[in-house]
Design a protein around this ligand. Sequence first.
Ligand code: SF4
Ligand code: SF4
Length: 202
Amino acid sequence: MSVKISTTNSKLGLIPSVNLTPIVTCRKNCPCAKDCYARKGNFRFQNVKDSLAHNLQEYVENPTQYFADIKHAINNGMVSYSYFRWHAAGDFVDEAYFAGVVKVALDLPNTSFLAFTKKFELVNEYLQNGGVIPKNLHIVFSAWGDEFHIENPYNFPVAYVRFHDSENKSIPETAVECSGDCTNCLQCWNIRNGESVVFNKH
Ligand code: SF4
Ligand code: SF4
């Protein structure tokens, strides 16, 4: 069976995404695990959970085929998507996975890719080791509250979450507000180093 691509995420609208099981693919001791949005709403349905687990299994069993399936879904001669989102649920699994994400962007230069991540070290180490992130792959580091430290020596753009029951001192005044409608917004696909976006916590 091939990788399951989601085209039904209400926030993403027409933009397809690939999703993985949260928590197990996320950083250890993720500060957001207890409140993970990828375990709420539609993500609670068993068929959705099964599809995320299926994708993770596809990657673990055959990473080459996993990325080939994703490339085929994005551009196959019949359809060609201009935008793609990695992981509305889950995160980069490991270093090899991140290298695969980079390769997909290089192979599909007419598609603009977006990934939020809390696996900062994985991305930082890739750059420290001489890796180059293609211009059509947009990485945004994800914040979580004032206490969670973001290791960001390369000045990646940052996504903040506004809590309603505590202070949000770390959110810059210049952070752009999320409209909740990616298809008609695309801010995060165009965000630059040093810039930031803020989401209201679900
Ligand atoms: S990083 Fe995202 S998917 Fe992972 S636990 Fe946190 S909110 Fe959930
Ligand atoms: S700021 Fe715009 S592009 Fe970014 S997540 Fe929100 S709606 Fe989507």
